[in-house]
Every structure is written in structure tokens, then in C-alpha cells.
Ligand binder design. Sequence first.
Ligand code: A2P
Length: 281
Amino acid sequence: MTETTVTETKPAPAKKAVPDAQTVTAVKHWTDRLFSFRCTRPASLRFRSGEFVMIGLMTTDEKTGREKPLLRAYSIASPSWDEEMEFYSIKVEDGPLTSRLQHIKVGDEIVMRPKPVGTLVHDALLPGKRIWFFATGTGFAPFASLLREPQTYEDYDEIIITHTCREAGELTYGRELIEGLKDDELLNEVIGEGFWKKIKYYPTTTREESAKMGRITDLMRSGEAFRDLGVDGMNAETDRAMICGNLAFNLELKDMFEEYGLEEGANSDPKHYVVEKAFLD
Ligand code: A2P
């Protein structure tokens, strides 16, 4: 009789599948406070440019020890026709999600719930001649989507994008994106060469020297922004607007718009302007 030693081989613990996982394809750090990344797009995901989805990372629940997703609402920065998804994010040192998300690398997996929602969509606005996009900080993200969306140029004669940041470096993502539009193949083909001449870009900074300093709200109140842009002001007949910034900014602009006679719209009731809070962790 031969003696056989049976060695128990435990199967290696299976790598837990991340639910709704998407793979990171590119990461770019713009400043020590800002970064953008691209990832694969769920095959079933349809969205309208300007909408947001819930994205995040798996985390361990302190009480149960179970793995669960930690999710936040993120505006999709890429347009609806893009094969991949793009996001633009702040980095908060002690932010539950962004303190970890800022370290993602190409090949990593993130969680994405494929259920887009949001109010910054063309469907929520009545037809008009001129559209204004008002952003502070990472509130630029939905406009990065809408500026690459052909419908924006089909629907409007003029597109004004204002972006207020603390420091000049925080404008770079937006500026490069807008400069790059001139070479956008789809927009040149669908809208026609020179489509980008419809865009007026108005970047301002509040805490570092730049070509134009001040909060956009103050610059509008004093009339300086309108003079710089060569427009008479805003009115319900011609102007449509989308706002995406911090809460105080959104409320201040809403008040100003109501004074101009503009009314807030929604998907089910399109009007003159729409608002969304930029993500902050
Ligand atoms: P400021 O530096 O004067 O506060 P934050 O990083 O705090 O979200 O701010 C982003 C940008 O938005 C900053 O330039 C900030 O200006 C500006 N901002 C903050 N609150 C308002 C507001 N109520 N109206 C206009 N701009 C604002």
C-alpha cells in the first residue's frame, strides 16, 4: 500500500466582481486640486449631453465589513456620441470619495450606475437665439459635454461660456477643451467649418491675477461682462442659460435671472434657464 499525502489546496479567494464596473482608460491631473479621467462606457448607457450619473469606488463598510460602493453624482463631461466617458473632478484631501478617486490609474475599475439624470439638457429649454453656460470650478463638466454636442450649435446662433475659478490654472481644462473644438471632426462635418465662431469664452479668476478678474455675478451686475461680450444683457425672448456651480453661485444667478425676467425650466416644463449644483466632496 502506498501512502499518499493529500495536501489540501484551498482555492485562491475569488476576486470580488465590482458591480457595474468600468475600466479607466486615461487620467490627467490639471492642478493639485483638479483632475479628469476617461473610462469605458457601458454598452447599454444612453444619455443626453449635460446629464450626470452616479460613479464611485468599492469601499469596506466599517460596521459589517462588507464591500459596498461609495457613489457620488458626477456630470458626464463627454458628449452623448462619445464611445468613452469623461469626468472632471476636484480632489479633496479628506473627501470620502475624491481622496481615493484622485489616485486612480489606467486599468483600474470604477463603479458606474448606468442611470443618467439631470436638468442641464436642451430639452428643458425653449427655443432661443443665444445660450449662456455659467460655471464655477468643476461646474464646467456638463458644459464640456454640451460644447461638444452638435445640437448646441444647431439650436443657437451664439454660445457664451463663462467660467469663474479661484486660480488661473483651474481654467486650463476648459480653455484647452474650447481651443480643441476648432479641430473637432464631428462638429466641423455636421455643423460646418467655422462653427466655433459662435462661441464666446469668458474666463475669470477671483484669487489670482489673470486677464479678467472678478466673480461673473459682480461683472454682470456692473455691466462690465456684457460690455466685454458685446451684448445688451439678457432677456426672455432671446436668451437661454444653464448654471452649474456651487450653491451660493447658483442662487445668486437665479435671483439675477428672475430680475431679467427669465423663468426656470425643467424636462417636463421647458423655459428659459436651468440649474444644477456642481459636485463637491
Ligand atoms: P471667490 O474666490 O470670490 O469665493 P469654490 O472653489 O469656492 O467653489 O469657488 C469657485 C469660484 O466661484 C471662485 O472663483 C469663487 O470666487 C466663485 N464663487 C463662489 N461663490 C460665488 C458666488 N456666490 N457668485 C459668484 N462667484 C462665486
